[in-house]
Design a protein around this ligand. Structure first.
Ligand code: 4AD
Ligand code: MG
Length: 429
């Protein structure tokens, strides 16, 4: 089936083509129907003239409202007045699926567009987002394949909290309390003992009560775990992966990026190595910028934005105070910091990766777990077994695919990085 993109590239000049697609814009003027057609690859202007096409076809063309599905046969001709520089002069027109009163018009409210998300997915913006996302995911997979990582498929039904109780979705699993997974990390840790280097892409769920432009309650979580790697080596892996994908998207999605408002040149600057600073250094920088911060304060959106002011590539913030990070992170020599890193994206897109070297000290992990009320240590027995039988130094990380896509495409809100966004007040459609 010929694609509009190929017609716009001049591959069918002067030859009849049959295009399948949806009506993007529609106007009848006397004996001519001007119909802009869209398919997955682009948009092109078509004209349908009374007397040139059979009368029945002309009637169908008049009836083909916005978003009707149609098949247009015609000859592409160069036309500098047409958007994209080409016009298809129709010789036949078939209305396949009518579209009376398509509910989305221009300048609709955000709420309406979210209610009609199943239809709004047809917009140029979301089409471009989904195309870039597919290329980005292909890039992640390719990088892991080329670098000796095994793809694995952990369960998203779990009885362990990986990232603390406050954001857990709890449900009844045949009479037993279970959770939707916040992270596949602990299962990936079990898999390194047979596969050394593993990764997975699973949905993670967080009952995020805050409404921000960076949080979803369900997100695509790309996670990796590596045996025999410390937290520094873990960062080497992350920066190579992220740079690889930024370069690939810049190369392969130029048109989409430009339409979305991102200069591909911005992404071409995302090369290794990424800067690495410690939490203490970050704190110092923030204080110099006028933030009143105590040691042990976590960073919020204003802090992340300030730290990344003027940055062209992501930056790691390493060695965080132990008390504000998860129980499984390895303590450094002082016992006050953990051997972890958050990777911050430029332009205020915030934390795109959280990673760490994993603790091998069961007693310290238990102690830190028990700081949270209602912790059921028995649920972690299997996890502690991993430290009992042939434990190895290991590290891993989790990357939020929608956060990365939002940054790559310069999106205003993370919800546009996923087709059916889930947030505190929305699970429909
Ligand atoms: O930093 P987090 O919580 O780390 C973990 O879950 C680790 N267990 C991962 C691991 O080491 N295997 O989450 C990892 C990343 C964040 O950096 C962020 O990009 C993304 O997941 N993320 C979210 N993305 C969208 N909406 C949310 N509510 C998110 N919460 C985390
Ligand atoms: Mg984190």
């Amino acid at each position: 089936m010929p694609l509009i993109r190929d017609v716009l590239a001049g591959k069918h000049e002067g030859q009849p083509v049959q295009l399948h697609g949806w009506v993007y814009r529609h106007r009848t003027s006397g004996g001519i129907v001007f119909c802009t057609l869209r398919d997955s690859s682009g948009v092109i202007q078509c004209t349908v003239k009374k007397g040139v096409v059979p009368d029945a076809d002309f009637e169908q063309a008049k009836e083909a409202n916005n978003e009707a599905s149609v098949i247009i046969t015609g000859t592409p001709a160069k036309d500098p007045r047409a958007p994209g520089g080409w016009e298809v002069k129709s010789s036949a027109f078939q209305l396949v699926g009518k579209s009376p009163d398509f509910p989305i018009q221009e300048n609709q409210s955000t709420e309406l567009l979210l209610d009609k998300r199943h239809l709004w997915l047809r917009s140029r913006k979301l089409t471009n987002m989904m195309r870039v996302k597919a290329v980005m995911l292909r890039g992640f997979r390719a990088w892991f394949d080329e670098n000796g990582f095994w793809e694995t498929t952990p369960s998203v039904i779990t009885t362990n909290a990986c990232e603390g109780g406050s954001t857990l979705f709890t449900f009844d699993y045949f009479g037993q309390k279970a959770f939707l997974s916040q992270s596949a990390q602990m299962y990936l840790e079990a898999l390194i003992f047979s596969l050394d280097k593993v990764w997975c892409l699973t949905p993670s769920f967080r009952a995020e009560k805050s409404r921000t432009t960076k949080h979803l309650t369900e997100f695509g979580h790309l996670e990796a775990e590596e045996a025999w790697v410390d937290y520094q080596g873990n960062m080497d892996i992350q920066e190579q992966l992220v740079a690889h994908v930024a370069q690939k998207v810049a190369r392969e999605c130029e048109a989409e990026l430009v339409e979305l408002g991102r200069e591909p040149a911005d992404l071409r600057k995302v090369t290794t190595p990424f800067p690495r600073i410690t939490y203490d250094e970050a704190l110092e920088r923030l204080r110099k910028k006028g933030f009143d911060m105590k040691h042990g304060d976590d960073f919020g959106q204003p802090h992340e934005r300030a730290l990344m002011e003027g940055a062209e590539k992501p930056m790691f913030v390493t060695l965080w105070p132990e008390e504000i990070k998860a129980f499984y992170m390895a303590l450094d020599g002082s016992g006050k910091y953990v051997r972890c890193a958050d990777l911050l994206a430029p332009e205020g897109y915030g934390e795109i990766i959280g990673g760490s070297e994993r603790s091998q000290d069961v007693e310290s992990m238990k102690r830190r777990l028990m700081r949270e009320p209602d912790t059921d240590l028995a649920a972690y027995e299997w996890y502690f077994d991993l430290r009992k039988y042939g434990s190895v130094p290991h590290s891993g990380f989790g990357l939020g695919t929608e956060r990365v896509l939002a940054w790559l495409t310069k999106a205003e809100h993370i919800r546009d990085a996923t087709p059916f966004p889930r947030s505190i007040n929305r699970a429909y459609p």
